[in-house]
Design a protein around this ligand. Structure first.
Ligand SMILES: [Fe+2]
Length: 503
């Protein structure tokens, strides 16, 4: 409960009681950045909102008065809130940029719930969420990543929401730190970041998150299902690695702490992910009954600096150094022991960067991306060898701004050493409209025979998981520089249980 309450509002079983607030200090709707839910368990989930009057308000404060507010919340089994099963009050504190996290327990497994908030007499729209099931009930989930706001409309989020998945997995680059027009899409930017500089301060990161979350298509995607989120680089800074800024940004530890705080404040994360200074816990496991175990990774905070000054390069022997780590030793051990202990039918490893080796150079010689797992080849080999006795491992990836479907071989180049399959989602918006270049794609696939599919258009993946099969629909949009593009399935792959290959 807040010490500075908004006037002793009460909720009743039938709905919200009339306001007894002496004076309403929030004259406008404070739910301008929507609501969200996340990290479902069999008996609960996290509910999130942040009170914002003006997303671009001064100092990242969203135009909010300098005081705390009480926020009431309700959870119901029906969309009309006739059957309210839980209610409560949380403080939207000034020091937390008026963000609210509610962690629920004690609900029924495998069912849909609806939730809404109320602050100072204003009632939010309703969101839908769900608890994870017991047993082997099927799961439909969407995979998304990379949503540069300036590069296009969020039609892919809208289409994803229309498909009403049970769960959304977001693998990072949820927002981008660049200054306005600091990164221009190939076809030009169609809208613009606010603020005058690249994100550096807590105020900058808070405002950037609020600007992104003001988008109605993103709000719709949050309101339809619980999300599992894990950041990549741009939530902090392009291609950062551990304690190292890639741009030599001053006071990088402070910048990291600011970015982590704003990330936590703006995401439906459990308290276990509350940052402590420049440290945050994002790697975690989320179970979906006996069907699936999600293992979400942090591929930024514990990694060694990129080899050979980063980029797509040829001839970098350092990338093969056995001592190099991407996950850090602790996380690497945590991942392998959790994979081995998992009793789930499917083990879904949600992470950021391309795990499949990829030669970007057509013809003789090779060039690889040193920011991806190719820059940490020895650790990748050890991880893939460790998947041998793991039930149905599937790697889920973002970052690449193009769809890929690939097979991962413990012994690169030996198609008999199948370790896992990798599904890489294209971007929601980053790099603009995208394109389809059939000839070049065929040449890249010929160069990389373990990769079955590449598509450079925007989109997301919709996956359907049953005890027997994973089916992945690669959804693509022809344009995002205008609104209204339909999404269609441009490729469908099936992974039968027990196989580690794409059909
Ligand atoms: Fe990205």
């Amino acid at each position: 409960m807040s010490g500075v309450a908004a006037g002793g509002l009460l909720l009743t079983g039938a709905g919200y009681a009339p306001t007894r607030s002496p004076a309403r200090s929030l004259r406008q709707d404070p739910f301008g950045v929507g609501l969200a839910s996340g990290d479902p368990s069999a008996d609960g989930f996290v509910l999130w909102t942040r009170l914002v009057l003006d997303p671009l308000g001064l100092n990242g404060r969203g135009g909010m008065p300098a005081r705390d507010y009480d926020v009431q919340w309700q959870v119901a089994t029906d969309e009309r809130f006739a059957d309210i099963v839980r209610t409560g009050t949380e403080t939207a504190a000034w020091r937390s940029a008026h963000s609210v996290h509610v962690e629920l327990q004690g609900l029924q497994p495998g069912r849909e719930y609806f939730y809404r908030f109320r602050a100072d007499g204003h009632v939010s729209p309703a969101g839908r969420t769900r608890t994870s099931p017991a047993g082997l009930s099927p799961l439909t989930f969407a995979i998304a990543a990379c949503a540069h706001y300036e590069h296009g409309y969020y039609t892919a989020y809208k289409r994803l929401a229309e498909q009403e998945p049970d769960l959304v997995v977001h693998l990072g680059d949820y927002m981008y730190e660049y200054q306005p027009d600091g990164y221009t899409a190939p076809g030009g930017n169609i809208r613009h970041h606010s603020g005058g500089q690249k994100c550096a301060t807590l105020a900058d990161y808070r405002m950037r998150h609020a600007q992104y979350k003001s988008d109605p298509d993103l709000q719709a995607a949050h309101a339809v299902a619980p999300w599992l989120v894990a950041f990549d680089d741009h939530e902090i800074e392009n291609n950062w690695a551990g304690e190292k800024s890639s741009s030599g940004a001053p006071a990088f530890e402070r910048r990291r702490a600011s970015a982590f705080q704003a990330y936590y404040e703006n995401m439906p994360l459990r308290r276990a992910s509350l940052p402590h200074g420049a440290a945050i816990k994002i790697n975690r496991r989320v179970a979906w009954g006996d069907l699936a175990q999600f293992h979400l990774l942090d591929t930024r905070q514990f990694r060694d600096d990129q080899a050979c000054e980063d980029g797509v390069r040829a001839g970098c022997d350092d990338r093969l150094d056995e001592k190099r780590t991407l996950l850090g030793q602790d996380q690497h051990r945590w991942l392998l022991s959790g994979l081995k202990a998992s009793q789930a039918r499917w083990n879904l490893i949600g992470q950021q960067i391309l795990m499949a080796q990829k030669d970007y150079k057509l013809g003789p010689g090779s060039e690889v991306n040193l920011d991806s797992w190719d820059g940490y080849a020895a650790e990748r080999a050890s991880l893939l060898r460790g998947l041998k006795d793991v039930a149905n491992p599937v790697v889920l990836t973002g970052d690449a701004h193009m769809h890929h479907a690939a097979e991962l071989h413990a012994d690169p180049g030996d198609p008999d050493s199948k370790a896992a399959v990798e599904l890489v989602t294209s971007s929601i918006a980053s790099d603009g409209d995208g394109y389809r270049d059939v000839e070049r794609t065929a040449a890249v696939l010929a160069e990389n025979p373990h990769i079955s599919y590449i598509d450079q258009r925007r989109g997301y993946i919709l996956a359907r998981l049953t005890p027997d099969t994973l089916t992945a629909d690669f959804r693509t949009l022809d344009y995002i520089s205008r609104r209204g593009a339909p999404a269609r399935t441009s490729a469908r792959f099936t992974v039968p249980s027990g196989e580690r290959s794409l059909v």
